[in-house]
Design a protein around this ligand. Sequence first.
Ligand SMILES: Nc1ncnc2c1ncn2[C@@H]1O[C@H](COP(=O)(O)OP(=O)(O)O)[C@@H](O)[C@H]1O
Ligand SMILES: [Mg+2]
Length: 540
Amino acid sequence: MNKKETVVIGFVGTKLDNYRGASRWDKWRPSIALTQQPDLTVGRFELLYNGSVDNLISQVTDDIASVSPETQVVPHALEMADAWDFEEVYGALFDFAKRYPFDPDKEDYWIHITTGTHVVQICMFLLTEARFFPGRLIQTSPPRAPASNTLGSYTLIDLDLSRYDQIAQRFSREQLEGIAFLKSGIATRNAAFNTMIEEIERVAIRSRAPMLLMGPTGAGKSFLARRVYELKKARHQVAGRFVELNCATLHGDGAASTLFGHIKGAFTGAAADRPGLLRSAHKGLLFLDEIGELGADEQAMLLKAVEEKRFLPLGSDHEVHSEFQLIAGTNRDLAQDVAAGRFREDLYARINLWTYALPGLRERQEDIEPNLDYLLAQFGEENGQMVRFNREARTRFMRFARAPDALWTGNFRDLWASVTRMATLAQSGRITEAIVDDEIARLQRLWRPRAGRGADGDVALDDLLGEEAASRLDLFDALQLQAVVGVCRRSKSLSDAGRKLFGVSRDAKTKPNDADRLKKYLARFGLSWDRLSGELSPDR
Ligand SMILES: Nc1ncnc2c1ncn2[C@@H]1O[C@H](COP(=O)(O)OP(=O)(O)O)[C@@H](O)[C@H]1O
Ligand SMILES: [Mg+2]
């Protein structure tokens, strides 16, 4: 097999290579010295230069020919207006690398870095590291004692070799730390969940684009949003605050003002300027939980604010500026809301970029135990007492926790509550079988399907009608009523809700008075429009 030809790619040194007269042979000239090394044979030297340096190039070419006749020198002019501008230099070198007919099977490439313009050196390094220059770095340095020789020394640097691997390993260690941080150090075992968290880590560190966290209540959306913020902060990605709002708590006039602020006198009761949460989140992170509950006007304003980083506070003629990163949370299917006309398609498109569906506890049963241990340890820390399960008690609890009738409807919130109860009742830090049995019974009661109890995101009829009245409804009626109340809550007026609910028969003009129809339907359950529109959404 023929030995591969060695090709050096290097920038001419406008200072160090540029000595004139006979005394130039007493100087260390990096490009020439590289071809003079007794143990190196350079077959070709791709000599890059910039600007009008023809004399320099011909002298270097001639000098290399005289000291190393086997080296062919090929000059390449690179266009760059300013050799101190990173973008210019990187761009010119990048274009050169793209054009150059690399043939790594036949040739070895050494990318020459040395003293000289650091911008060039850094760009050479970056392009080699990213494999746009498919070769090794060759670093040359001046002779230690200037008088001793003019050859200096060189080091070959293979960025793929172990020594540099350690640098790469440090990066991956940092990444692992980031992932562990997002999971609060809980050694989760669910593969899909772990893959998702790994990606979120990468996105959190590199992107300022919106993120959408979906998942049932208690799946950890709010928790993760805050962790993402803290990770970004630790990596200097955000300077501002973490601002959090559950959109389900917004109602009427106050909604827009809470988000976008208002000026004094914007409406009755606006006694002073209010900055609004978007502005409070300037250069920070805004977490809008239950974004599906946002009203139509607020959705439109939010879209503009996300896209243009500007918005109008209520009553103001002057737009204000805020750069915030948005994380949205939802336990509803926003795509379905878009299809049903309840959520703006353009806003959905804007936030549906990094979308993650957090699984509920039942979808990641293998993670119940590590989370249980985490919560126990946390309880111990907060209360100054270590709490442990008896062995049999633990087995019993875990068997139940993974059984099909363990619904974990509130997910981690239920697990947290359960651990808190058991740990509190544990005498001298021991959770016994008796405590576990009681707890299992309590959880079973909690999860017993009842007509009045809404599933995730549903209207809780218990709160609306009272537990007693709700329990007397057939499941069929309860489900219908929940859906109807849901539409009412998302509507501006009784007529608006009526139009939505009876749209089909209205168009067919069979029963035109849909507001009246709705009013009568609600009255059957002792409910009125005023009551529904004034109600706060239930917040578990
Ligand atoms: N990765 C996690 N590590 C520790 N605790 C968590 C984690 N995820 C969620 N929790 C806890 O579970 C509970 C519910 O989480 P939360 O983020 O409020 O859920 P969601 O916003 O999806 O309803 C909170 O008490 C939270 O502290
Ligand atoms: Mg939440």
